[in-house]
Design a protein around this ligand. Structure first.
Ligand SMILES: Nc1ncnc2c1ncn2[C@@H]1O[C@H](COP(=O)(O)OP(=O)(O)OP(=O)(O)O)[C@@H](O)[C@H]1O
Ligand SMILES: [Mg+2]
Length: 369
């Protein structure tokens, strides 16, 4: 168990700045999930914490002490790689025992530690097998088991579930939640999967081009994205973003003339906004409905995807660069070419200024990074 603090962490590879001053304080026992587009520096960040790469600038504190001088093995950190990185010629037992043997633990204690971890992960019947005789999910558990037996104070997990099929991912996601509950070890977990991020995280860190865009609980990030990047990144399907300009400032919020021709109201704090300002309206697909009061977006249905209990309807709006997506009940029958009026409540609208920063909603302040 450990608290971890990153201070002004920078990493350059040659002329390429991959991390540009990351500050992050992680509490003891916290489950932190890092998300961000491919190449934004997530794996690099984990590798720096693990000690596999030195930072160019900045410091990494584990339990309040700089870890920069400590070799990877001394940091008390275990990393699970996306590729699992098991030794192909060793059986499961020996793969899990490897780090403990390196640390010169007594063979009797090694046996007890491996058996306990194997039981926890439900792989006690596989200890004699080689990695190639295992399924992807079993290999993945061995990789986790190898990390657990070392009793690290910090787990680093780099997309540990990305090679698994959908069913196994859900199962393993639940296993991770249980594991975290049982071990209470600090975990830093990188994923591309929105559901993993939302369900596992105590806090989510949104990383973009080597910098932190926002840090907050899953609900904070979903409810109050700080800017257009975060708004468009978290949420599936992603938030609809439509360009427009301020038409008027009203008691009930900001009145916006959209490029599509529709005029709508966003119940946001207008701040310094004045008529004529360029803005972007944001509405989540799950906040649009086929009837109701309030704002209306007029669009022509392009694609309808049936998801079982709901439908994702993608519809074109004049002069908009993206179709609008609405999650609607299956009972609402629509087809390609139908004109639909999509309703949303002004309190469910987001608004972003010309530089992409979010306006405060309903008097609430957006969370700073
Ligand atoms: N050893 C290295 N030498 C040079 N450049 C590197 C090295 N490792 C990573 N990079 C570069 O650093 C950037 C960030 O890479 P990183 O692997 O951290 O991204 P990531 O966020 O983990 O991406 P992904 O989601 O695709 O795994 C990339 O542009 C990558 O090419
Ligand atoms: Mg990566």
């Amino acid at each position: 168990m450990a608290n971890v603090e990153l201070r002004g962490l920078e990493k350059n590879f040659g002329a390429n700045t991959v991390l540009k001053g990351v500050d992050l304080a992680i509490r003891d026992g916290e489950f932190v999930v890092i998300v961000g587009p491919s190449g934004c520096g997530k794996s690099t960040l984990l590798r720096l914490i693990a000690g596999l790469e030195p930072p160019t600038q900045g410091d990494i504190l584990i339990e309040g002490k700089s870890a920069l001088e400590d070799a990877p093995a001394q940091r008390g950190v275990a990393m699970v790689f996306q590729s699992y990185a098991l030794y192909p010629h060793l059986n499961v037992f020996d793969n899990m025992a490897f780090g403990l043997r390196m640390a010169k633990m007594a063979e009797r204690d090694i046996k007890a530690a491996v058996e306990k971890a194997a039981q926890m992960l439900g792989i006690e019947d596989l200890l004699d097998r080689r990695p190639r005789e295992l399924s992807g999910g079993q290999r993945q558990r061995v990789a986790i088991g190898r990390a657990i037996v070392r009793q690290p104070r910090l787990f680093l997990l780099d997309e540990p579930l990305s090679n698994l099929d959908a069913g196994l991912r859900v199962h393993m996601r639940h296993e991770f939640a249980r594991l975290h509950r049982e071990l209470a070890t600090t975990m830093i977990y990188v994923t591309h999967d929105q559901v993993e991020a939302m369900t596992l995280a105590d806090r989510i860190v949104v990383l973009n081009a080597g910098g932190v865009e926002q840090i907050g609980t899953p609900q904070e990030i979903y409810d109050s994205p700080r800017n257009l990047f975060v708004a468009g990144f978290l949420g599936s399907p992603r938030m609809n973003l439509i360009a427009g300009e301020v038409a008027a400032i009203k008691d009930e919020g900001v009145r916006i003339k959209l490029v599509t021709g529709d005029e709508v109201t966003a119940a946001v704090v207008p701040g310094k906004a004045v008529p004529g300002d360029k803005v972007t309206l944001g509405v989540r697909p799950e906040c649009l409905s086929a009837d109701g009061l309030g704002n209306i977006l007029t669009a022509t249905v392009d694609v309808v995807e049936t998801l079982g209990s709901t439908r994702a309807v993608y519809a074109m709006m004049p002069r908009a660069d993206q179709p609008v997506c609405a999650i609607l009940p299956v009972a609402f029958a629509v087809r390609h070419g139908d004109v639909v009026r999509l309703h949303f409540d002004p309190t469910q609208a987001y608004l972003f200024d010309g530089s992409g920063e979010a306006f405060g909603r309903n008097g609430s302040k957006t969370q700073a990074a």
